[in-house]
Every structure is written in C-alpha cells, then in structure tokens.
Design a protein around this ligand. Sequence first.
Ligand code: KMT
Length: 229
Amino acid sequence: MADTASGAKLPEPKKLKTSEEEKEKMDQAPDNEWPDAWIMTDGECKDQKAENRKEPNEVVDAAALRKLGICYWKMDAGAYDYPALAVPWDPKDAVDPRLKQLRDERGYSYADIITIHPEKLPEYDKKVKSFFEEHIHDAEEIRYILDGSGFFDVRDDKDRWVRIHVKKGDLMTLPEGIYHRFTVDENDIIKAMRLFIGQPIWTPFNRPQEEHPSRKKYVTEFIEEKKEE
Ligand code: KMT
C-alpha cells in the first residue's frame, strides 16, 4: 500500500507484465505424482542398488523435496523415440512440445542420452561405482528418465540421505551445490537424458566441499534460509 498526504492508504499501482512473464510457465507435477522418496538406513550403504529403507519406513514428501531445492515434472516419455546413446543429443531436436517448453523456459542448450546397463555402457562397473561417490556440481543437474529406473540420493538439512526413486517419465533437477549421488536399482538399467545450460561440465567435486562457492550458495539458499521460515 502507498501513503497519501492525508495518511490514507492507496493500492499500489498495477505493474505491467512483460511478455516473458505473461507466458504461462510449465507447472511442476502435483504433489501426489512426485517420485517416492524416503530416509535411508544409517551407516555405510552395503548394497547400493537395494532400497535401504528404514524400519518403519520414513517417507519424504514433495514439500520436503522442494525445500531442498528439487524441481520435478512428469513427462510422457513413452510417446517419443530417443536413441539409446547420443552425445550430444541436440535439445533443439525435441519434438515433445512440453520438453521444448521446458528447454526454452530454463535455457537448456545441451543434452545427451546415456543408457546405464552392463552391455550398453563401457566400463559399466567403474561408472556405477563413481556415480555413487558423494559429490556436488557447480551447476544444476537435470535428468529426464526415458526408460528404466534408479536412485538419486540427496543429503537433507540434517545431513541424512534421502533416496529418490526415479522412473520413466520423471524429469528432475537438483540444485547446484547439493550433496548427492546416483545408482541404478536392482533392475540394472536406466536410460536418461542429461540436459545442461551452456557447455556441460560433468566434473564432480567429491565431499568435503564446504568452501566451494556452489556449496556455500546452496547452504545459504536452502539450509540457512529455510531454517528461518
Ligand atoms: C550422474 O550425474 O550421476 C549421471 O549422469 C548418471 C546418472 S543419469 C541417470
């Protein structure tokens, strides 16, 4: 409200929306469509491909995942064909209008397609092991699951592992600086599109990274600020 000379309150003048703001942004999935997620059992993870749920199970809901900075869209991965491996896969080739929209809204300019399976990925065992090292990136991580399934584990604000079960049609982003890791599940196959803003930098920064600017940014934005809410 704005003040007048007499002290009366007048409504704020309406701001004109820019044409960018007028475009409807693609809604994230409703809460009940977000992937299953739970707190993992404490201690060393002996079998990374198993669910590793607590007894009783401790569910992590969509609201809690959003608080950690995660975004999630449900896509129709079955309606379009994608190659098993493509480096790069030009996101301009997207025929799925929803993928096109997301690409344009969020500035995704690079993509590739990876299939993680013993017969499809060279050095499969080595790669599966290295994806499971706890790390951060200095950019958003964007994964669109085209087929199969797997687990993304992220650290929550109490430094517990939250296991997120991603499946075909899930498009999920992890914020820059969040500690995370990935593994295939017991089905041993996942096909995913990895998108990127600008030129991809896949370098993981393994934990500890407390002094890394991306980690500091994450802690400020998603751990300290959320605590005060
Ligand atoms: C990553 O960053 O861990 C990967 O690219 C592999 C997982 S893609 C489903």
